[in-house]
Design a protein. Sequence first.
Length: 529
Amino acid sequence: MSQKELDILRRALAREKAARKQAEKILEDKAAELYEAKQKLEKSYIELEDLLSRKDSQLQGVFENIVDAYVIMDLFGNILKMNNASVKLLGFSDAKESFNLLEMVHPKEADRVTESFKLLLEQGAITDFELYIITRRNEEKLVHINASIIYDKGIAVAAQGIVRDITLDNIYQKRLEAERAKYSQIIANMNLGLMEVDNKDSILMVNQSFSEMSGFSEEELIGKRAKRILPIEGQGDTIRFEHLRRRNGESSSYELKIKNKLGQLKHWLISAAPNYNLEGEVVGSIGIHLDITDLKNLEIQKGNLLSKLAKSNDELQEYAHIVSHDLKSPLRSINALVNWIQEDNKGKFDEASMQNFSLIEMTLEKMDQLISDVLNYSSIGFSDKEKHPVDLNHLVHDLIGILYIPDHVTVEVENTLPEVNGDKTKLHQLFQNLISNAIKFIDKEKGYVKISAEELPTHYKVSIRDNGMGIDKKFHDKIFKIFHSLNKSKESTGIGLSIVKKIIDLHDGEIWLESEPEMGTTFFFTLKK
């Protein structure tokens, strides 16, 4: 081998050695990069495992704490996993207890469950399914189920479902439907017309009574504007005002004049209230209607009768005064003639004739008193005076001061008498008649009349007690009747106590007595506060 060839070989070996070192350097660098990548990958794998572990723990918490029962089972119905809500709902002792859910299905649901399970396998999911089950505690429950199939590489391996207990909801719903049916029946058949309208006055609902009141069928009313189908007699302003009140959430009662389908004028009393939706917004109104046409007609008749009665009363009062005057004139003439005859024939008549003249005079006096009492009785109740506060204490003491009271009789007010609202003149007449009667019929050597009062919840009760001759019980109901007198003296006309009763009636009170012969009499009467 020549030197030249040897040099070429050395240079080739040197280049190969340099190339080998360069390759080793590259391999070392790549190995370092791969090691670093491996370290990063191992770190990422550890982080992923930690993340997956944490996520699984979180999902397990959700699984355990979900409100509804959540169950995973195999395709044969055997429980694989369930949460705490499932344990409570299905009556298990713990979540690890094994059981086949299909055995819990109520016997009456067997066929329906079989069909539903087939449908679940075909569709992969089933929702809003309800069925009855028998729990491990032997309780019958109605449950709502949302179920779906779990797949592994496209193959169905299990099923999962959310089960909700709707037993109470079902009971409440049935009760609600029963209540709705009951009240719907009541609404349909009550004698009050019911109508519901929206904010545009369109009719949404009416009951049978409203149809009968208006003359329109339900089909003719629903969807129509109430004020158009039921024309209102000049009361459009009232309707607009009431609609505005409903919009503002106000309830009220008012009267309307309505023309029904036959064109008949009717008077309705309406009680209306706003209707709200679930958000509390006014969406219309509900009105209850009462036909008061007959009542209105009676009120008109009553007004006419009262007007006629007032006119008749005025005429009667005028007639009473005329009759009184016309009757008293001849009496006065007769009395004057009797006196003239006595004067002209003084000393010529015997004792019997003079007694007859005395009887004529007594009869004339009694007739005059009778006419006066009849006029007083007819006048009670016709006074136009308004009632005012009257102090009975002052009234009675003033009266005692002007009455004739014999020396053997005392009149005493035992306690303070009240103030009442009434007609002072008539109350004066009331006490005068009762006190005078008491004095008149005292037959004892020492007589007394005692007056007292007590307060009741709505009235005052006054008593006038004497120790006179008394009244037999069989006459207690008769003495207040006109012209009924127990004493036939010339002073008694039988009208005084009738006037007393009439005055008490005008003051919204009552009168009664307690008495026995020879034991005295107590008159009780009440006067409204």
